[in-house]
Design a protein around this ligand. Structure first.
Ligand code: GDP
Length: 295
């Protein structure tokens, strides 16, 4: 799907570049191709339409047709607009607070536990922090076990209370434990379900209210297309989260999720997951993502 998008745009721009003199019809046709490619990559229809309208206005405003290399200018406009659509600049992570409390949210299978480990590893090795991982999944003992495996692999301590069925208490006790033991970042991994449901939302809202995290991050599988947007909206309505983590960008992924999520919830994408290993984490660069989408 991802290749599909860049391939299509390549083709469209190739057609455009092939014409000695570019006419308004050529531009309109290329933009139609851009829009179709965005739709194919699962970008929401309205967003894709608005996008091409904006690009067209810019192209007219900059007199694309009268310039020496109209194709290149149009490509630049499309790239710049895509970058803007995905947030423009790199969004940092708020590491204020001692400890900094980070709450992870998202559906089961989105990559929350894996990302919690990656973030702990990143903060430990790149930002000289002492993180504590917290297992707040009270339903699946295997999820707690998984966090221990992750923690072990990066030499980060994991806090859990397997007998306690109250995630609010577990999270609060973990923060106390962190304060008492010199941890300066607390990463709280929460229980996700396979689909959005009220019980999960109430539970994570309660944890959120009780611990007032410095950063609430929403983790989403970039392979889930339009569903990713609906899930992001549901979590944002309840948590008003601070940023998005786009996982599984190493797969047959669609750039569309990045574009649509940012447009719909207007929250920055902060990191991306690019594999199962603990070092497969990257800061999200909107411009690089635009380049990647366009090929
Ligand atoms: P959780 O249920 O949200 O905690 O999800 P997990 O962290 O257990 O991840 C679900 C599956 O996705 C696991 O098999 C992970 O190894 C895999 N996974 C997580 N992040 C990535 C990623 O960035 N790329 C790939 N290829 N797989 C990932």
């Amino acid at each position: 799907m991802f290749d599909n998008l860049s391939d299509k745009l390549d083709k469209a721009f190739h057609i455009l570049k092939g014409h000695g003199k570019i006419t308004e019809v050529n531009v309109a046709e290329t933009l139609k191709e851009v829009r179709r490619a965005l739709l194919d990559a699962d970008v929401n229809f309205k967003i894709a339409k608005d996008f091409t309208t904006k690009v067209k206005e810019k192209a007219i405003g900059q007199n694309v047709l009268t310039t020496l290399q109209p194709g290149q200018l149009l490509v630049k406009i499309v790239k710049d607009e895509l970058t803007e659509l995905m947030g423009g600049d790199v969004a940092g992570i708020n590491l204020s607070g001692n400890p900094t409390v980070i709450l992870m949210s998202g559906l089961q299978g989105s990559g929350k536990t894996t990302f919690s480990g990656k973030l702990a590893n990143y903060l430990q090795t790149k930002k000289n922090k002492k993180p504590l991982l917290v297992a707040c999944d009270i339903y699946r003992p295997a999820a707690i076990q998984q966090l221990y495996v992750v923690g072990d692999s990066i030499a980060v301590e994991v806090y859990s209370e397997p007998e306690n069925k109250n995630p609010v208490e577990i999270a609060q006790n973990a923060i106390k434990h962190a304060k008492a033991n010199g941890f300066n970042v607390v990463i709280v991994d929460t229980a996700g379900r396979l689909a959005v449901d009220e019980a999960m939302m109430t539970e994570i809202s309660n944890v959120h209210k009780a611990i007032q995290p410095h950063e609430t991050l929403f983790v989403v599988d970039s392979m889930t297309g339009q569903d990713a947007v609906n899930t992001a909206k549901a979590f944002n309505d309840r948590l008003n989260f601070d940023g998005v983590i786009l996982t599984k960008l190493d797969g047959d992924t669609r750039g569309g999720a990045a574009i649509s999520i940012k447009s719909v919830v207007n929250k920055p994408i902060k990191f991306v997951g690019t594999g199962e290993k603990m070092d497969a984490i990257d800061v999200f660069y909107p411009s690089r993502m635009a380049e990647r989408i366009l090929g």
